[in-house]
Design a protein around this ligand. Structure first.
Ligand code: GDP
Ligand code: IMO
Ligand code: MG
Length: 423
């Protein structure tokens, strides 16, 4: 029986998952999202066009591939409808290529309002949420109050919806939500009608049946390991398990049915939203990386915080995910740098750490760097590593040795074509 391969982020998201899923999709029959929702923004660029996907798996542009939204995903009908309509306008037959788990939970307009309300209450301590309603929706899921997309086929759907909205209104009290609710609620029900043309499935049956038939499946992660609800920089995290284990619960794949785990990371590091980021460069170098790397959020347009690559965080992420191979992204962004730095460990109160201690929010974490000579050449037209500058090859070898995992994919530009697959 075949196994499910997994591709996920090892940092704080936006590593370039969408791009690589699209690149490797021709090797797979099925691409499946297992967690997260429209907080994600996955960018794909090919044939001179750019697309950003939020809920839809990044295999949607290739023929002969089925895309599955798993039970672990949360869906905002309004946002997914917009995504689908954009794709349909490009001539893509989304209805025949997209299957949705009946068990995926729905993001209600009031979940979005609750997200905003919660962030406002936190004040300076806010998470920096994308305000897409992710946290409140997962809270209702684990609190056993949630509404699932499969419920839309029940005669009691509206009743269930109203019941949940009443609960939310009780929490919101006299918070001023009327305008938002009036704006989103009609669109939400229209979008639910629009979605009725899609096939809702028991995705765990579908996925396991496909494996039995010898089909190849890739699970596409959203966010990144350092944003995982259990293993990320809590409480500055998202509300789902973004790690390999999330594939098991978010698709119904047994642990022994997980195959290759491809961990993606940038040749440097970024984070959007609040929370600790030890190797952050709050200076001109960071600003340079932001400008050259176009580090602005694909979902919210916010500035992404930029910094050097963080080896302790990467080693931790590789351990938690059982990553068997790595994909290094955006090395081209460092093309003009004479020198590159790598965070090898941290110093906290004079003590050396090579992992994140429990409390990294209230202590002063000092990153310790190793300086590396830059390659100082244009990588964006590189198609074979045989022609790569020696300093770049040395950087790859150094990382492979530190991370004890092979780098099998090297990305040197945002386009589908700017990708080097190594044996
Ligand atoms: P995702 O959320 O992990 O799919 O990543 P995002 O799409 O949010 O962010 C990655 C950004 O980097 C996008 O703008 C991509 O077009 C871009 N990108 C991906 N790979 C590369 C690369 O190798 N080089 C450069 N310069 N840009 C890249
Ligand atoms: P992709 O899939 C980067 C961040 C938010 C915030 C925190 C919680 O594109 O890599 P949430 O809306 O989930 O409650 O926000 O997580 N965040 C992301 N950062 N990439 C993402 O997704 C993210 N999804 C959420 O900025 O700090
Ligand atoms: Mg993104």
């Amino acid at each position: 029986m075949k196994k499910v391969d997994v591709l996920l982020g090892l940092q704080w998201g936006d590593e370039g998952k969408g791009k690589i899923v699209d690149v490797v999709t021709p090797q797979y029959d099925i691409i499946a999202r297992f967690q997260g929702g429209p907080n994600a923004g996955h960018t794909l660029i090919f044939d001179g066009e750019k697309y950003v996907l939020h809920t839809i798996p990044s295999g949607i542009f290739r023929d002969n591939t089925i895309n599955v939204i798993g039970n672990g995903v949360v869906i905002d009908p309004i946002i997914i409808r917009q995504e689908i309509e954009k794709l349909e306008a490009k001539g893509i037959d989304v209805v025949s290529k997209l299957l949705i788990s009946k068990k995926a939970h729905l993001i209600l307009p009031t979940h979005k309002i609750l997200d905003k309300f919660s962030e406002e209450q936190k004040g300076k301590k806010k998470i920096g949420s994308t305000l897409k309603g992710i946290g409140p929706t997962y809270m209702d899921k684990t609190g056993r109050n949630g509404l699932r997309i499969g419920d839309s086929q029940l005669s009691t759907f509206k009743e269930k919806y109203d019941h949940l909205v009443q609960k939310h209104k009780a929490i919101l009290g006299d918070y001023d939500y009327a305008e938002m609710l009036n704006e989103f609620e009609p669109k939400w029900f229209e979008a639910m009608d629009f979605l009725s043309k899609f096939t809702l499935i028991d995705s765990e049956q579908y996925i396991n049946g496909a494996l039995k038939e010898g089909k190849t499946i890739l699970a596409e992660g959203a966010q990144g390991t350092m944003l995982d609800i259990d293993f990320g920089t809590y409480p500055f995290v998202t509300s789902s398990n973004t790690v390999t284990a999330g594939t098991c619960t978010g698709l119904g794949v047994a642990p022994n049915r997980v195959g290759e785990v491809i961990g993606i990371f940038k040749a440097y590091c970024t984070r959007v939203g609040s929370g600790p980021f030890p190797s952050e460069l709050d200076n001109e170098v960071g600003e340079n990386i932001r400008q050259i790397g176009h580090e602005f959020g694909a979902t919210t347009g916010r500035d992404r915080r930029c910094g050097w690559i963080d080896l302790p965080a990467l080693k931790y992420a590789i351990m938690i995910n059982g990553a068997t191979q790595l994909s290094m992204m955006k090395a081209d962004v460092l093309d003009s740098f004479e020198e590159i730095e790598v965070c090898t460990h941290y110093e906290i109160n004079g003590e050396k750490f090579d992992y994140f201690p429990y409390d990294i929010n209230s202590v002063d974490v000092k990153p310790i760097y190793k300086k590396i000579k830059g390659w100082n050449k244009d990588l964006t037209k590189l198609s074979d590593l045989k022609e790569a500058p020696q300093e770049f090859l040395d950087y790859i070898s150094y990382l492979e040795q530190e991370l004890q995992t092979p780098i099998t994919i090297v990305s040197v530009g945002p386009d589908r074509a700017q990708t080097i697959i190594r044996n």
